[in-house]
Design a protein around this ligand. Structure first.
Ligand SMILES: Nc1nc2c(c(=O)[nH]1)N[C@H]1C(S)=C(S)[C@@H](COP(=O)(O)O)O[C@H]1N2
Ligand SMILES: [Mo]
Length: 215
């Protein structure tokens, strides 16, 4: 059997159209909220949940800790492989909050008003974290510290920095980038970058009778 040439990079881990970076670019709308620190940070868990609650940073630390190695993919085309994170799995919060059966989506709410939303089912997949450490150190402010979301299976704009709220909702509420023309599905493996890509996907699924309207 002929061996594949070694191209010096992992194969099968880079989605279409993405380019690897060794650095860690900093990207966001607006400014870095510099006053946010573990001592004054809190997280509001609200919406359609049986147990709405507010968690302080020290509360987060009492929940079981998860270490995660993830490949991240930014819609602007950079990907970074093998990033190391630690935090609390979304499933920990989910179990404590007890969302109502009709909840379909979660709006992740940030300091300064940025939001992005995700299906509850996506957040329940393995690897989704409320991250407070990057590469063995407290998550720096420019990357969303004290606490950010890590949703590695979607383009990185679905990973909210400076997380302050998780709002469980029945109907989706497209977030900051989504209402500005970016894909609401944001699957890097299908190259869903812009809203028009979602429309094309739905059109293809309709033609193959695969499209199931929600609800
Ligand atoms: N609060 C907030 N979170 C955000 C954003 C933002 O503008 N505000 N931008 C998103 C985008 S577009 C990207 S690519 C990533 C970048 O994260 P990084 O700066 O740690 O690389 O954060 C995402 N989360
Ligand atoms: Mo981005």
């Amino acid at each position: 059997m002929r061996e594949e040439p070694d191209l010096g990079r992992p194969r099968g881990r880079v989605p279409p159209g993405q380019v690897l970076t060794e650095g860690f670019p900093v990207l966001h709308a607006g400014t870095v909220p510099r006053d946010l620190r573990p001592g004054n940070w809190s997280l509001r868990i609200h919406g359609a949940v049986a147990r709405p609650q507010e968690l302080r940073f020290t509360d987060l630390l009492t929940l079981s800790r998860t270490d995660e190695v993830a490949d991240i993919h930014c819609v602007t085309s950079w990907s970074k492989l093998g990033t190391r994170w630690a935090g609390v799995a979304f499933s920990e919060i989910d179990q404590r909050a007890k969302p109502a059966p009709e909840v379909g989506f979660v709006v992740t709410e940030c300091e300064q008003g940025f939001t992005t939303s995700l299906p509850l089912a996506t957040l329940r997949e393995p690897g989704v974290l409320l991250a407070f450490e990057y590469d063995g150190k407290p998550l720096p402010a420019e990357h969303g510290g004290p606490v950010r979301m890590l949703v590695p299976q979607r383009y990185f704009y679905k990973s909210a920095k400076w997380l302050r709220g998780l709002r469980f909702v029945k109907e989706d509420e497209p977030g900051f980038w989504e209402v500005r023309g970016y894909s609401n599905i944001a699957d890097p493996w299908q190259g869903l970058r812009y809203d028009v890509d979602d429309v094309r996907l739905i059109h293809r699924m309709r033609k193959q009778n695969l499209f199931q309207p929600l609800g």
